[in-house]
Design a protein around this ligand. Structure first.
Ligand code: SAH
Ligand code: SF4
Ligand code: F3S
Length: 448
C-alpha cells in the first residue's frame, strides 16, 4: 500500500511520524506524498490547544473529500489518545485510531482497516520507548533523537501528561546508537528531544551524563536539547553547556508567567525570583548563551497586575526569542476546573502586546550581531532564494548568506551584515574570522 502521513504539533510528533514511516516500510508499505493517490492516509495530531485540535478535525473532513474511495483514514498522536472512540463514532470518517504508546500496532490497524474492520488502540504502556524499532534509514543535517517520552509534571493547564503518559527515559546506548546512525546518514547537528529532558535518567546516567557521552561521538558537530523545565535545569547540565565543545550555547527555558500567583496556579514549582536567578546563573557560566522561552497569557485569574509581571519579566530577561500563547482550556486538566475568566479580547490584546515587545527585543539582540563573524552550520540553499545558503548559529539563530564556496553540512564563518527579528543575513567570510576549530587549535577555547 501507499501511505501518506501528515503531521501536526511538536518536534516529538515529527519524530514519531518518521518512526512510524519506517515501521510501515518494514511492513512492506511505500510512502506517498499526495493524499489523493494514497491507499491509507494517516494524520498525526496535536491536542495542546483547542485551535490545534480544531484544525486537525477540519483537516480530517477535507482529507475524506480528497481520498480515493477505497482508501482508509487513520488518526494517531495526541488527539487519537484523547478522543479515541469518539473519532470513530462521530462524523469524522475515520477508520482507525492508534494512540501514542501503540504505534507497533499501526501496520495491523492499516491492514485491518483495508479489510473493512475499523479499530481503536489507545492502551497506555508505561514503559513504551520503541527501542526495538529498526535504525533510521535517512537523516537531515539537523536531526532529532528522542531521549525520553511522556511527562509527569502536570502543569495545571497542560494536556501532554494525559496524552503522552508517564515519563520514561530511553536507554543511553540506544540514544547513542541512534545518534551514530544518523551521523552515518549525514546528520551533523542532533537535538535531543523530550518534554522535560533535564529529568533524563538511565541507571545512574543523568542528562548531563548523556550530554558528556554524546559530546564524544565522532562526527557530531552540534548537540542541542529541548525542553528544559526551570525546576530541573541542574548545575551539572549548565556545566555541560559551558564546558562541552559540541553542546550548543542555547537553552529553551519556558517561563510561562512572571507572576508568582499564576506560576503557583500553573503548578510550575518555581517562583519569578527562582527563574530570574537561574537565568542569571546560566548567563554567568555560559557567556553569550541564548535563552528562549514559552509564555501563556490569559490563564484563569490573571489580573492586569499578573500580566504586567509577565511583561516586566520579559523586559528584564530579554529573551532571544519566545513562543507566546493565549490560554486555552483543555478538558480533564486541573485548570479546566477554574473559571476561564479572562475575556477572549483581553487575552488577544495581551498576546499581541507581548508578541510586539518580544519582536523588538529579538530584533535588538540580533542587530548587535551585525559586524560579527558567526559560525554557521550550513543546511542548504535558502527556500526564498536558491542562490543563497542558510544555516543556524550555535545559538539557534537562522542565517541566510551568500557563499559560493561554503560547504553544505560544514561549519562556516559568516560575517553578519543585516538583522531583523526573524533572520540574520550575511556573507561567507573564510579567513575573515576565527572558526571554532581554529580557536581550539589556538587553545584559547574562546568565550565558552
Ligand atoms: N514541556 C513541553 C511543553 C509542550 S507544550 C515542552 O516544553 O516542550 C508547549 C507550550 O505550549 C508550553 O510550554 C505552553 O507554553 C503552551 N501550552 C501548553 N498548554 C497550553 C494551554 N492549555 N493553553 C495555552 N498554551 C499552552
Ligand atoms: Fe506540559 Fe508542563 Fe509537561 Fe511541559 S512540563 S509537557 S508544559 S505538563
Ligand atoms: Fe501537541 Fe502532543 Fe506535542 S499535544 S505539542 S503533539 S506532545
Amino acid at each position: 500500500m501507499r501511505i501518506y502521513i501528515e503531521t501536526y504539533g511538536c518536534q516529538m510528533n515529527d519524530y514519531d511520524s518518521r518512526m512510524v514511516t519506517s515501521m510501515l516500510a518494514a511492513a512492506g508499505h511505500a510512502s506517498e506524498t499526495d493524499p489523493r493517490r494514497a491507499d491509507a492516509v494517516i494524520v498525526n495530531t496535536c491536542s495542546v490547544r483547542e485551535r490545534a485540535e480544531d484544525r486537525v478535525l477540519g483537516r480530517l473532513r477535507q482529507l475524506t473529500g480528497l481520498m480515493k474511495p477505497d482508501a482508509v483514514l487513520g488518526v494517531i498522536g495526541c488527539v487519537a489518545q484523547r478522543m479515541a472512540d469518539d473519532l470513530l463514532s462521530s462524523a469524522h470518517g475515520v477508520d482507525f485510531v492508534v494512540g501514542t504508546d501503540q504505534y507497533e500496532r499501526l501496520p495491523e490497524a492499516v491492514a485491518n482497516a483495508h479489510a473493512g474492520s475499523r479499530s481503536v488502540s489507545t492502551r497506555v504502556v508505561r514503559e513504551q520507548t520503541y527501542d526495538a524499532r529498526p535504525s533510521p534509514t535517512e537523516a537531515s543535517i539537523c536531526d532529532f533523537v528522542s531521549v525520553m517520552r511522556g511527562c509527569d509534571n502536570y502543569c495545571s493547564y497542560c494536556i501532554v501528561p494525559y496524552v503522552r503518559g508517564r515519563e520514561r527515559s530511553r536507554p543511553l546506548d540506544r540514544v547513542l546508537d541512534e545518534t551514530r546512525s544518523l551521523i552515518e546518514l549525514g546528520a551533523r547537528d542532533v537535538t535531543f528531544i523530550g518534554q522535560n529532558v533535564n529529568s533524563y535518567l538511565d541507571g545512574d546516567v543523568d542528562f548531563a551524563g548523556l550530554l558528556r557521552a554524546a559530546n564524544d561521538v565522532p562526527g557530531l558537530a552540534r548537540i542541542r536539547f529541548a525542553t528544559s523545565h526551570p525546576k530541573d535545569l541542574s548545575d551539572a547540565v549548565i556545566d555541560a553547556v559551558a564546558g562541552l565543545d559540541n553542546v550548543c550555547e542555547h537553552v529553551h527555558l519556558p517561563v510561562q508567567s512572571g507572576s508568582d500567583t499564576i506560576l503557583e496556579a500553573m503548578n510550575r514549582s518555581y517562583t519569578r525570583d527562582d527563574y530570574l536567578a537561574l537565568v542569571e546563573k546560566l548567563r554567568a557560566r555560559v557567556p553569550g548563551v541564548a535563552v528562549t522561552t514559552d509564555v501563556i497569557v490569559g490563564f484563569p485569574g490573571e489580573t492586569e497586575e499578573d500580566y504586567r509581571a509577565t511583561v516586566s519579566l520579559m523586559d528584564e530577561v530579554r529573551f532571544d526569542s519566545a513562543f507566546m500563547f493565549r490560554y486555552s482550556v483543555r478538558a480533564g486538566t486541573r485548570a479546566a476546573k477554574l473559571t476561564d475568566d479572562v475575556p477572549e479580547e483581553m487575552k488577544l490584546a495581551r498576546l499581541e502586546s507581548v508578541i510586539s515587545l518580544q519582536r523588538s527585543v529579538t530584533e535588538e539582540i540580533n542587530r548587535r550581531l551585525v559586524g560579527t563573524v558567526q559560525e554557521v552550520l550550513v543546511e542548504g540553499p535558502s527556500e526564498k532564494d536558491e542562490s543563497l545558503l542558510f544555516g543556524k548559529t550555535g545559538t539557534s539563530k537562522v542565517v541566510v548568506f551568500d557563499g559560493q564556496t561554503a560547504t553544505v553540512g560544514g561549519l562556516e564563518p559568516v560575517l553578519i551584515t543585516e538583522a531583523s527579528a526573524w533572520t540574520l543575513r550575511g556573507t561567507h567570510a573564510p579567513g575573515g574570522g576565527k572558526t571554532r576549530a581554529e580557536k581550539d587549535l589556538a587553545g584559547s577555547g574562546g568565550p565558552r
